[in-house]
Design a protein around this ligand. Structure first.
Ligand code: UDP
Length: 239
């Protein structure tokens, strides 16, 4: 920017649950609001990469319990994330934000393939890059992919939007009324105490590569913008 300091570049992880507004499919009002809040941060100069989950459509593990082959079910899960990407792309463009979708499973008609150097170029030009289809590999989660994409595209922080909670607690706040919210913890704390922030693969990857993460609640108005701008909301997790 003008002061010569490098722009803040962050990776925003949005769960599919958020997009569904609590049920299967898309809640357009929710996606529109998220897109507007991202747009504010982008106009303030934040470079934003996004990984979107797909839990509002399919989760491979659940389909597998219902009798499907796990790997095939996981591919269905990955395809679901792409629908969320296209919805978010649409509402971002409506909000005046330039976007590109890149998918880990090639589908040239709807998105670019995942090309890291090209993604970085988009970010430098102020375009929001939305990564779809997870890692393109069964048995992974979009949380793990969020960490991987953040590392490969040089993001300084992963900001993880959560539904129904506003950060990380010392025990499950949905079950324990005395649960205390933590302002800061380490990845080892999260792993050892099984705090359920995200899966162990993603936590270990953050720890091993020294990635900073902020977990915040999606519900509060303006929270997405705040998290993208680097404000200290929710919980900070570090090595
Ligand atoms: N998935 C996968 N590999 C990946 C990312 C996702 O197989 O690299 C599948 C997996 O079945 C998962 C589904 O896609 O359950 C949706 O992703 P996720 O559950 O991470 O979405 P979220 O919980 O964030 O909505």
């Amino acid at each position: 920017d003008e002061e010569g300091k490098p722009a803040r570049r962050v990776l925003l992880k949005l769960s599919g649950e958020a997009f569904g507004g609590g049920s299967v499919g898309l809640d357009a009002d929710v996606v529109r609001r998220i897109a507007k809040e991202i747009g504010v941060a982008v106009r303030d100069g934040v470079q934003v990469a996004i990984v979107v989950g797909g839990g509002n459509f399919f989760r491979g593990a659940e389909l597998s319990v219902a009798g499907m082959d796990r790997a095939r079910a996981d591919y269905m899960g990955m395809l679901g994330t792409v629908m969320n990407c296209l919805a978010l792309q649409d509402f971002l463009e409506q909000a005046g934000v330039k976007t590109r979708v890149q998918t880990a499973i090639t589908m040239g008609q709807v998105a670019e393939p995942y090309i890291p150097l090209r993604a970085i170029r988009h970010l430098e030009k102020g375009r929001v890059v939305i990564f779809g289809a997870g890692a393109g590999m069964p048995y992974f989660s979009t949380d793990t992919v969020a960490v991987q994409r953040a590392l490969e595209t040089g993001c300084e922080q992963v900001v993880m939007g959560k539904n129904g909670v506003d950060g990380v607690y010392d025990s499950d706040p949905r079950r324990n009324p005395d649960a205390k919210k933590l302002d800061h913890l380490t990845y080892t704390d999260a792993l050892v105490n099984r705090l359920g922030v995200m899966d162990d693969t993603a936590l270990a990857m953050c720890r091993d590569n020294d990635v900073q993460m902020r977990v915040f609640g999606m519900e509060g108005e303006g929270n997405v913008t705040r998290a993208l701008a680097g404000e200290p909301i929710g919980t900070l997790i570090t090595t």
